[in-house]
Design a protein around this ligand. Structure first.
Ligand SMILES: C[S@@+](CC[C@H](N)C(=O)[O-])C[C@H]1O[C@@H](n2cnc3c(N)ncnc32)[C@H](O)[C@@H]1O
Length: 213
């Protein structure tokens, strides 16, 4: 996403009722953001937020947090206007690597990784959201039966991630290398990137893994 810098975008996010900015700097725990004890689902790299909002709208008894580390994207996400904007989500302008600083241990039921940046060079693998360092953070914040749902068009990132989860003893609940040609297509909520890739005829990979214990 090549986006223009817009003056005042940080202030806009700070004042936005659906946005939380840099919670790691204040020690604030996001578990307190909603006045209920509903399960928590997190999307890392929510982009412009279509998946976040549509999924929240479909599941109003779940609390959603969409993390976006790029301020220009987070700003666009907050700016998007939705007709049926649901009450049960926040956009978090922050890097997803701070999950264990801003959530209580074992308090997240599900993490979504939708079309994460592929970082194709081996020297950049440590930035991939399925690198071992990230899996260790996910294990701290996920509940005992907590899950990761990952979708990507990038076959290299997908096969790498399958191996990472296997080596780290996650339990596989589903794997498909053609989501839209599979039985799982029916319940699928598309993201912005996914819509583009599908329209170009690309196959979408998806996996669901569960933390083991
Ligand atoms: C390729 S885009 C996909 C956006 C959206 N999920 C979709 O499928 O349409 C990846 C997004 O993840 C964000 N991102 C990458 N790494 C992140 C991290 N560690 N924490 C938060 N956001 C991240 C990027 O800024 C970018 O906006």
């Amino acid at each position: 996403m090549r986006l223009r810098y817009v003056p005042g975008q940080y202030q806009y996010l700070r004042n936005h009722e659906k946005a939380i900015t840099e919670p790691e700097k204040t020690g604030y725990k996001l578990n307190r953001a909603f006045n209920n004890k509903n399960p928590i689902h997190v999307e890392l790299g929510c982009g412009k937020g279509r998946f976040l909002r549509e999924t929240a709208l479909k599941n109003q008894d779940i609390n959603y947090f969409g993390f976006e580390k790029n301020i220009k994207v987070a700003y666009r996400c907050a700016k998007c206007e939705y007709e049926n904007d649901p009450p049960n989500y926040f956009i978090v302008y922050s890097n997803g690597d701070i999950l264990s600083d801003v959530f209580e241990p074992e308090s997240i039921e599900r993490i979504y990784l939708n079309f994460s940046d592929p970082w194709p060079k081996p020297s950049h693998y440590k930035r991939r959201l399925t690198y071992k360092k990230f899996l260790d953070v996910y294990k701290v914040v996920l509940t005992d039966s907590g899950e990761i749902h990952m979708k990507t068009d990038n076959n290299d990132l997908f096969e790498y991630s399958v191996e990472q989860f296997k080596e780290d003893n996650w339990e596989f609940l589903m794997v498909t290398r053609d989501l839209h040609g599979s039985q799982y297509a029916e319940d699928n909520v598309m993201t912005e990137y996914e819509e583009r890739f599908v329209s170009e005829g690309k196959k979408i990979n998806k996996l669901i893994v569960r933390k083991n214990g």
